[in-house]
Unconditional design. Sequence first.
Length: 110
Amino acid sequence: MDSFLIDAGLWISYILIGIATLATIVFPVIYMVQHPQDAKKALMAIGGLIVVFLIGYFIASDGAVMDTSNNVLAEGTVSQLSGAGIIMFYILGGVAVIALIYSEVSNLFK
């Protein structure tokens, strides 16, 4: 009897996660269709993130990562993708710090 309750609880959880996933996909799409000006801004932001990722991807090394006993920890493709993510983080973090400093300095002169 206990396993039935656990199985039922798991299935209810799966169904609720599915509903939440659908809601997080469907409602923003509906909003974008109703407000195309905001959709243009959002697509430009996504395009900017793609450009920053591509910059990180082309800068990142595609060499395999080995440990001290020469076991392969990550192949070239995985190494390049994770390196691209790290470089993207550095670029966006630097841009955020520069924007923060610019905002504070510009407020000093107002």
